[in-house]
Design a protein around this ligand. Structure first.
Ligand SMILES: *Cc1c(COP(=O)(O)O)cnc(C)c1O
Length: 353
C-alpha cells in the first residue's frame, strides 16, 4: 500500500463556484489561477473553468502552457512583464499584461513593433503595493495611447479591505474619480468585493479563492455563500496508541493526557503542507466524525484524539480539510487563511481527480 495521503479534487465543485460568481456578477469573469490554481493544478482547473472569459496568473511559463493547451481566452499576467524577453513571449502567445510601474512602461518600448498589445493599467488606490498613484495615471495613459503597439487598455485596481469591516468605499471613490476621465473597461473586484459589493463589479471581476470553495470572509462560511470545496485532503490512520493519564504526545510534549485515552497517528505532516502551527484542538475528521488534533504536527505525521471515535482503527479514513470540514476552519485554528493552506500543498501529495 502506498502512503495513504492524497488530495482529491472535485472539478464539478469548481464549475459550481464559477457559476456562483456568474450569478452575482453579470460581467466578464477573469478567473484567477495564480500559484498553480491556488494549489489545485493549473490545467485541470482551467478545464473546469473553461467558460470564464479570461485567466489571470503570474508565471509566464504557466501562461504559455495554458495558451499551448488551446485556451483562446484572455490570459492576463498579474505582475506584468519582468524583462524584454517576457515581452517577446507576450507577443508570441498573445498574452495580456498588467502594467503597474513606470519601469514597465519603459520596458514596453522593447515590444515587437508589428504586434498588438492589450494592457491592464493598475492603479494604486490605497493598498500601496502595486500600481500608479492617481496623479500618475494621466501620464501613463498618455504613454500607452501613443505607443504604436498598444491596442486596448483596461483600468484595474485591487482592494485592501474588501473582506474586512472597513470595506471598499474609500478606494472605490478614488478609482471612480479617476476612471471617469477614460472610456476604457474597468476591473476592481476580487472574490470578497464581488460577493459583498455590487458597485465594484464593473466590466470584469477577478474571483480567486471563491472558485476553490473557500470563503474570503471570517464571518461567513463558504457553505453559506453557496460554495463547494474543490480540494479534500485525505489520509488514514497508520498507528494507534493507548495513552495513560500523564502520557505525553510528540515533539516538545505539547499534549499531555489527563486521563486514559486512545489516539491515532495520521500520515500527514508539514512536509505535505499541513500547517505546523496548528495547535492542540484543530478540527479533523476520522471515519467522518469530527475530532481534534493532539500534540505538535511533525514533518510526516500528526496525532488525533480518538476518545469519541470508537470505530477508529489502523486504516481509518481521515479528512484534514475539504468535504465535511471547511479549510477555512482549519486555517483559522492554525492562525492563517485558506489561501495559504491550499497553495501550500506540497509536490509529494498525489492529486486525484
Ligand atoms: C489574487 C488576486 C485576485 C483574487 O483574489 P481572491 O481574494 O482570491 O478572490 C484578484 N486580483 C488580483 C490582482 C489578485 O492578485
Amino acid at each position: 500500500m502506498p502512503r495513504p495521503i492524497f488530495a482529491q479534487l472535485d472539478l464539478n465543485a469548481i464549475a459550481n463556484n464559477l457559476h456562483v460568481a456568474r450569478r452575482k456578477a453579470c460581467t466578464k469573469v477573469m478567473a484567477v489561477i495564480k500559484a498553480d490554481a491556488y494549489g489545485h493544478g493549473l490545467l485541470r482547473v482551467a478545464e473546469a473553468l473553461a467558460d470564464a472569459e479570461g485567466f489571470a496568473l503570474l508565471d509566464i511559463k504557466d501562461a504559455i502552457t495554458l495558451r499551448s493547451a488551446g485556451y483562446t481566452q484572455i490570459i492576463l499576467l498579474l505582475e506584468g512583464p519582468f524583462d524584454a524577453h517576457d515581452l517577446e513571449q507576450v507577443a508570441a502567445y498573445d498574452l495580456t499584461v498588467v502594467v503597474h510601474s513606470p519601469w514597465q512602461l519603459d520596458l514596453l518600448e522593447a515590444y515587437p513593433k508589428r504586434s498588438s498589445l492589450d494592457v491592464w493599467l493598475k492603479v494604486n488606490t490605497g493598498m500601496n503595493r502595486l500600481g500608479f498613484k492617481p496623479d500618475q495615471v494621466g501620464a501613463a495613459m498618455e504613454r500607452l495611447r501613443t505607443h504604436a503597439a498598444v491596442r486596448e487598455v483596461t483600468l484595474m485596481t485591487h482592494f485592501a479591505n474588501a473582506d474586512e469591516k472597513r470595506g471598499i468605499e474609500e478606494q472605490l471613490d478614488v478609482f471612480n474619480d479617476l476612471a471617469g476621465d477614460y472610456r476604457v473597461a474597468r476591473s476592481l473586484a476580487n472574490s470578497a468585493a464581488l460577493l459583498r459589493y455590487p458597485q465594484t463589479r464593473a466590466d470584469w471581476v477577478r474571483p480567486g479563492i471563491m472558485l476553490y470553495g473557500a470563503s474570503p470572509f471570517a464571518d461567513t462560511s463558504a457553505h453559506e455563500l453557496g460554495l463547494r470545496p474543490a480540494m479534500t485532503l485525505r489520509s488514514r490512520l497508520i498507528a494507534i496508541q493507548e495513552l495513560e493519564a500523564g502520557d505525553e504526545v510528540g515533539y516538545g510534549s505539547l499534549f499531555k493526557a489527563d486521563r486514559n485515552m486512545r489516539i491515532g497517528v495520521v500520515a500527514c505532516g508539514y512536509a505535505d503542507g499541513y500547517p505546523r502551527h496548528a495547535p492542540n484542538g484543530t478540527p479533523i475528521l476520522v471515519e467522518g466524525q469530527r475530532t481534534r488534533t493532539v500534540g505538535r504536527v511533525s514533518m510526516d505525521m500528526l496525532c488525533v484524539d480518538l476518545s469519541d471515535v470508537m470505530q477508529a482503527r489502523v486504516g481509518s479514513p481521515v479528512v484534514l480539510w475539504g468535504e465535511g470540514l471547511s479549510v477555512d476552519e482549519v486555517a483559522h485554528s492554525a492562525g492563517t487563511i485558506s489561501y495559504e493552506l491550499l497553495c501550500g500543498l506540497t509536490k509529494r501529495v498525489p492529486v486525484q481527480y
